[in-house]
Design a protein around this ligand. Structure first.
Ligand code: IPE
Ligand code: IPE
Ligand code: MG
Length: 252
């Protein structure tokens, strides 16, 4: 039976979805277009998927937009991506405010070009009081640099006496990650057929469910998202317990 185009009422909708938006370059290449055209189309997908997640009742969306390793790409492509980010933020500000979308970022955003940083600061400030829906953009993000930055910040807080030396809880440490008080993703989706994490949310995805789809990001639509949610809904999240403890049916 084909998957429903909209998640059923019985489907468990993930509160927080994180997406590794991959395949823009291949999408363009398949059409004989420059890679940047794929990125432009990828921005259209971002709009579509924000709308679809809101429609389906998802409360938080985190998008991997630029990795700490993406600086290794040709300078032209990096420059075009940064301009695209700035343009996207400028164009979207009104929509974010209208739809009460809070924008956040994770990553070393202070290393982004000044224009992009200005637009980010402006958008974050204008949307910071919204709590219905949180959009987090991972920009110059890498889990390994995140851990290093978190360790620095945690050590400083320990030295300042803000944390008790006997407190070894994950809760205290994880507050120092870029994600801070943002809940962990329930579902991580990667498009384009790649089945790796590429340094994305390694710690936060400790108990996330994963859905890998061959669809290239510019082609990813509302129905693909609905399918991923349906797939998520069939999984049993056990967090170390047995299936029987979780109300599952395979009791032996
Ligand atoms: C994802 O698409 C966008 C970014 C990483 C910025 P890619 O540009 O990685 O597309 P492929 O993997 O080359 O097809
Ligand atoms: C991961 O995609 C980064 C983003 C989606 C922004 P990449 O296309 O850069 O990942 P690798 O290099 O194939 O692992
Ligand atoms: Mg890629």
């Amino acid at each position: 039976m084909a998957e429903p185009a909209v998640p059923h009422a019985t489907h468990q909708v993930p509160a927080h979805i994180a997406i590794i938006m991959d395949g823009n370059g291949r999408w363009a290449q398949q059409r004989g277009l420059p890679r940047i055209e794929g990125h432009r189309r990828g921005v259209e997908t971002v709009r579509r998927i924000i709308d679809a997640t809101r429609e389906f009742g998802v409360r938080m969306l985190t998008l991997y937009a630029f990795s700490a390793e993406n600086w290794r790409r040709p300078q032209d492509e990096v420059g075009a991506l940064m301009r695209l980010l700035e343009l996207y933020l400028k164009r979207e500000l009104k929509t974010f405010v209208k739809n009460r979308i809070q924008l956040r970022t994770i990553g070393r955003t202070h290393e982004l070009p000044p224009g992009a940083q200005r637009q980010l600061a402006r958008t974050i400030k204008a949307t910071r009081d919204f709590s219905d829906y949180t959009l987090t953009l991972a920009l110059n993000y890498g889990s390994r640099s995140e851990v290093v930055d978190a360790a620095h910040s945690y050590a400083a807080a320990l030295a300042a006496g803000e944390i008790s030396p006997s407190d070894r809880s994950w809760e205290s440490f994880s507050r120092h990650l870029y994600t801070g008080d943002l809940p962990d993703p329930d579902l991580v989706i990667r498009t384009s057929g790649e089945t790796r994490l590429s340094n994305f949310l390694l710690l936060q995805a400790a108990y996330a469910e994963f859905v890998f789809t061959p669809v290239l990001w510019p082609d990813f639509g509302r129905d693909d998202l609905a399918q991923a949610i349906a797939e998520y809904s069939r999984r049993e999240r056990r967090y170390g317990k047995t299936s029987a403890q979780c109300g599952g049916s395979d009791e032996q």
